[in-house]
Design a protein. Structure first.
Lengths: 599, 163
């Protein structure tokens, strides 16, 4: 057990447990020590030295992130010497950094830029000498682009990829001037075992890692008079987009977003939540079939494309367990260019279909060869929440003052089961609401499955459905996934149904979501909790809260699909995935990654 | 390739498996055996040791000692000891850079030549000296290099025109 000690930071008395670092002590007292390589949810690295503080009685400045507190410690976080030291460190980084801010995708949200500005680094005060490192920008991935020249070697991407995502794609390579962060054998991210999750982008303090930018091609389609541009928005986008305009995380801005999309020039605005309901109908029936007809169990959800690639790469033995259902994004894509094209009389080749996603891996999913069952690429372009925010800003739209407007029909209506897809546990809960009622024929007394909600790394529940005790599990973060699957193989765990989300907290913590503002950082539980509450709030405010009761879903089955798992569904809404040549193995994980407070 | 390498690395892995710092020792043995660490073997090692490939690559690039590519058929060693240096070794090196298109520690695309710098070959009387394979050539001038190399190139023709 740790005991409390008392110390003085910048003249303020602070009482903290004795196993804290100076950084943790300062954080708990609301004193922000600058940092580049430190992240509270990742292992210690101690490389950048920006966090140095002046401790009385110590000869050298101490790095706050890797120095333990002591009783009676007295320290300054911004003495004259410290300020000078930090300035020099930033100057050294800038000496080896492209002077690119005006054309850099990270400008305005870049920690390095902010520090240079706030420490008063001026270009005429430090001289630029010698060679700068040069690397080619890696554009091999449709999801993540990596510009090593902007990398300051803080190692946060390496750690998030290994410790949270277990994928271990990135590593330091070489030393000294040639030092870099790359996938093994300097492969492009697109050729590597990268899952496209984008978590490395979320933690990167500079513009070294960013999503592959698709905004130009979307503008191009909007300006093209021969295209009818349709767009869908994922659940998690609507409770995070406001953050880009100074709002609190979790604020529901669904209908302002619809207005903004129309102002940008999108012709038809649909809701991915409609196809989330559709997914539940197909996936629910698939589960019932597997359960009652001795199909392969556990069945595992298929809507998170980072997980799909992780499975193909590292756990191909579970491919048969993955639901054959496409994700809501891809179901919507397929339905737009068939059902809706027919209904509206718009020739599918004229349709340009865009989706707005909290996720970088969705870019990869849309580009997969499996995803053209309409006879065309089902979804033409995917934008992240961040990219949409940029487009709205570019167009000079005052987002916070927008009036609300409704989605277009008939692919715009959704039940309360759909928004919660965006939070970890939500797909499971949505599926259970429908599976229970379809199997038992009875109405659920309690439709909130709170056991599967929350932010714990792996959660379990047992739900009685008629005479079967259905065992379910919910997890997120691929390190947790690797642990869960390994333990299933070892016979330590047994389930009927598993929900897997790639990103921490589910899609609300996706790799394409806004960078948290102010003191909040990436992987911040309080941000995830607020976004999740936003989604559960949308669910609660809906009159219809079960997918099978969505009237537009009933209609699409009557008019087009005929029956769940039927012939048309099979062609348009289902698919199969294949093993990839696995280069290497994922990270070894002993404990469940629980970044988060228990619910 | 993959099937043929498994048995011998399996032995090496078995030998070091439970020892501390085994990754480096295993890579060391593999380099001794092959003259470099073939990529396919790294793939196999990753699985056998349950160590991510990225980690193996980190180790391989951290130490200059490890080579990722097969060594060239002929090692061209330029002596940069004091005597050779003063008698024009830097010029010979520059010429080699030009003709072979590689730097120290690298191998030509066709796998023929690998360029190295050495401190002293122990024959300062012949300075400046270049060693190709195990033959030593002394008293060289910049203009000699192209002819010298052409004796080793596959068709016996000059590898490239000096620039
Ligand atoms: S990474 Fe930051 S500092 Fe570097 S060019 Fe981009 S905005 Fe500027
Ligand atoms: S996108 Fe995800 S899997 Fe790929 S390198 Fe980044 S963190 Fe790793
Ligand atoms: S890419 Fe970004 S997160 Fe990764 S080491 Fe470089 S600066 Fe840090
Ligand atoms: S934040 Fe402490 S050394 Fe980087």
């Amino acid at each position: 057990m740790s005991k409390q000690i008392t110390m003085t930071i910048d003249g303020v008395a602070v009482s903290v447990p004795d196993d804290y670092t100076i950084m943790q002590a300062a954080d708990s007292a609301g004193i922000h020590i600058p940092r580049l390589c430190y992240h509270s949810k990742l292992s210690q690295f101690g490389a950048c030295r920006i966090c140095v503080v002046d401790v009385e009685g110590m000869k050298n400045y101490a790095p706050a992130c890797s120095t333990q507190v002591k009783d009676g410690m007295i320290l300054q976080t911004h003495s004259a010497g410290i300020r000078k030291a930090r300035k020099v460190l930033i100057e050294l980084l800038l000496n080896n950094h492209p002077r690119d801010c005006q054309v850099c995708g990270k400008s305005g949200e870049c920690t390095l830029q902010e520090m240079a500005e706030s420490f008063g680094v001026k270009s005429d005060e430090f001289s630029f000498e010698g060679e700068r490192k040069t690397f080619e920008t890696d554009r091999s991935s449709v999801a993540v682009r990596r510009d090593s020249e902007k990398c300051i070697l803080c190692g946060k991407c390496v750690r998030v990829c290994s410790e949270i995502q277990g994928a271990n794609v990135l590593t330091f390579s070489h030393r000294g001037f040639r030092a870099n962060v790359v996938p093994a054998y300097n492969l492009g991210l697109g050729e590597s075992v990268c899952t496209n999750c984008g978590q490395c982008i979320n933690v990167c303090p500079t513009g070294a890692l960013l999503e592959h930018d698709n905004t130009e091609e979307v503008w191009h389609a909007i300006h093209d008079p021969n295209k009818v541009v349709m767009v869908q928005i994922a659940p998690a986008v609507r409770v995070a987009i406001g953050e880009g305009f100074g709002n609190e995380p979790g604020k529901d801005m669904t209908y302002e977003t619809v207005t903004a999309l129309r102002m940008l020039g999108f012709d038809i605005v649909f809701d991915t939540q409609f196809s989330a309901d559709l997914t539940i109908i197909e996936e629910g029936h698939e589960f019932i079939r597997r359960l009652t007809q001795k199909g392969k169990l556990p069945m595992i959800t298929s809507c998170s494309p980072g997980w799909i690639k992780f499975c193909e790469t590292f756990h191909p033995e579970f491919l048969e367990n993955i639901s054959t259902c496409k994700s809501p994004q891809q179901m919507m894509g397929a339905v737009i260019k068939t059902y809706y094209a027919d209904k509206s009389g718009i020739y599918p080749a004229k349709i340009y279909s865009v989706s707005i996603m909290p996720c970088t891996a969705k870019k990869f999913e849309a580009a997969r060869p499996e995803m053209n069952s309409s006879g065309y690429q089902d979804v033409d372009a995917v934008l992240t929440t961040r990219e949409l925010i940029k487009m709205i800003k570019e167009a000079g739209i005052d987002f916070n003052r927008l009036k609300k407007s409704e989605f277009d029909h008939p692919l715009g209506e959704s039940s309360g089961a759909a928004p919660i897809f965006g939070a970890t546990g939500g797909v499971m809960e949505a599926a259970l609401r429908t599976v229970y009622e379809v199997v038992t024929g009875k109405e659920l007394a309690q439709i909130d499955f709170t056991d599967v909600r929350g932010l714990e790394g792996i959660r379990e529940a047992v739900i009685p459905v008629n005479e079967i005790e259905v065992r379910v599990a919910v997890t997120y973060g691929l390190a947790n996934v690797h642990k869960l699957l390994t333990e299933i193989e070892q016979g330590k765990r047994q389930y009927h149904f598993i929900e897997i989300m790639t990103c921490p907290g589910g899609c609300i913590g996706g790799g394409g979501q806004p960078y948290p503002a102010g003191e909040a950082e990436a992987l911040d539980t309080s941000v995830y909790e607020k976004r999740a509450q936003g989604l559960y709030g949308i669910d609660e405010r809906k009159v219809i809260r079960k997918s099978h009761l969505n009237p537009d879903i009933t209609k699409i089955y009557q008019e087009f699909l005929k029956e769940p798992l039927g012939k048309v569904s099979h062609k348009l809404l289902h698919t199969h995935y294949h093993a990839r040549h696995p280069k290497g193995v994922p990270a070894r994980i002993k404990d469940t990654v629980n970044l988060f407070k228990a619910k | 390739m993959e099937t043929s390498v498994v048995p011998d690395i399996a032995n090496v892995v078995e030998k070091w498996k439970d020892k501390k710092g085994n990754l480096i020792m295993i890579l060391h043995e593999i380099q001794n055996q092959y003259g470099y660490v073939p990529r396919e073997i790294s793939f196999q090692l990753s699985k056998l040791l349950d160590v991510p490939l990225a980690r193996i690559y980190e180790v391989l690039t951290f130490y200059n000692y490890f080579k990722l590519k097969p060594p060239g058929k002929y090692t061209v060693s330029v002596c940069m000891g004091t005597a050779c240096y003063l008698k024009g070794a830097p010029e010979l090196l520059e010429e080699l850079h030009h003709i072979l298109g590689i730097k120290e520690g690298e191998t030509t695309k066709d796998g023929m030549f690998q360029l190295e710098i050495v401190r002293c070959l122990g024959c300062c009387g012949l300075a400046p000296v270049v060693k190709i394979g195990n033959k030593i050539y002394g008293g060289l001038k910049r203009s000699d290099i192209v002819n010298l190399l052409s004796q080793y190139s596959k068709e016996g023709a000059p590898v490239a025109q000096p620039v």
